[in-house]
Design a protein around this ligand. Structure first.
Ligand SMILES: [Zn+2]
Length: 302
């Protein structure tokens, strides 16, 4: 069976937390061996830590996401460092910069300052860092150049930057991780960018419970009880055998993404790269294993 590594997701998210054990089980039954679960603020780091203690397949990641920069406490950085001291298996994330519709409301210089501290910490701890970047790739590249290189790796998660920037980020140690969001790019643009990513730097992720792939509805897993699902599929949480031609774009945009849908991301990226899904699964899995093999990592015990 195909083995997959979800390089970035949020199984601690309050929208799905009560169902996490079933979601992990279903994803494992579909080949997902590991989940890098990213905390986003001081409020959820304990949930991520606890989840990793209960699930050998969960790799904990701690970070302050740019959307939560304004709410950080004066001691956030000290607390973050304590989490790393207490959790040798952890990586850094989710951190980043955002000039999108949501991120624009948050002071950008504070975002950069908080990101800088966390990138420096990742470098010092020799751990990979999962980075969110929306409409701020130039700023991110400048910052990474001023701190880097990053021999332990930086994951540019749900990467939607340009093809031209791929070599620049690669030189600094970046990996490029793709989710359902890739389906929002024009096919030609996505192809051009993907072909710039060297095969030893490609990763797959779900960003679950966000980033539902825009696939045929019958090929998707849904989260049981998701109130944003239309009634006729609400009872159907696993891919059905019928084949309608409806895709997920008809669903409300708050429809939750299931971690087993990494299969749909695999299919899509493999089709754009014109390689087999077995080949892409193997490459991306090996890349994630290498990246997450830092000292103390659970991956070393697998
Ligand atoms: Zn995320």
């Amino acid at each position: 069976m195909i083995k997959l590594f979800d390089a970035h997701c949020h199984l601690q998210d309050s929208r799905i937390l009560s169902k996490t054990p079933q979601l992990i089980k279903a994803a494992q039954d579909n080949g997902v061996v590991c989940f890098a679960v990213n905390g986003v603020s001081e409020k959820d780091w304990h949930l991520v830590k606890e989840m990793s203690e209960n699930h050998p397949s969960v790799i904990p990641c701690f970070g302050l996401h740019p959307w939560f920069v304004a709410q950080r406490s004066p001691s956030w950085f000290k607390t973050l460092k304590e989490y790393f001291d207490a959790t040798p298996s952890a990586a850094v994330g989710e951190i980043g910069v955002d000039k999108g519709s949501h991120g624009r409301q948050i002071d950008f210089s504070e975002q950069v300052q908080v990101l800088r501290q966390q990138l420096e910490l990742a470098k010092e701890l020799n751990k990979p860092a999962s980075v969110h970047c929306v409409r701020a790739f130039g700023d991110l590249l400048e910052l990474m150049k001023s701190i880097g290189p990053f021999p332990a790796g930086v994951i540019l998660h749900s990467y939607l930057g340009s093809a031209e920037m791929v070599p620049e980020f690669s030189k600094l140690g970046a990996y490029f991780s793709f989710s359902g969001f890739l389906m929002s790019l024009k096919v030609n643009k996505a192809k051009k960018m993907l072909k710039m990513v060297s095969s030893d730097r490609i990763l797959l992720e779900t960003d679950a419970p966000d980033a539902l792939p825009n696939s045929n509805i019958d090929s998707l897993f849904f989260i049981e009880g998701d109130a944003s699902l239309p009634e006729h599929i609400r009872g159907n949480s696993t891919p059905s055998t019928s084949s309608s031609s409806t895709d997920a774009s008809m669903l409300p945009k708050e429809t939750l993404n299931h971690p087993a849908n990494i299969r749909n991301v695999l299919d899509y990226v493999a089709s754009l790269l014109e390689i087999s899904k077995e080949e892409l699964a193997e490459q991306s899995y090996q890349n994630a294993v290498r990246l997450f093999s830092y000292e103390g990592s659970k991956v070393l015990q697998m």
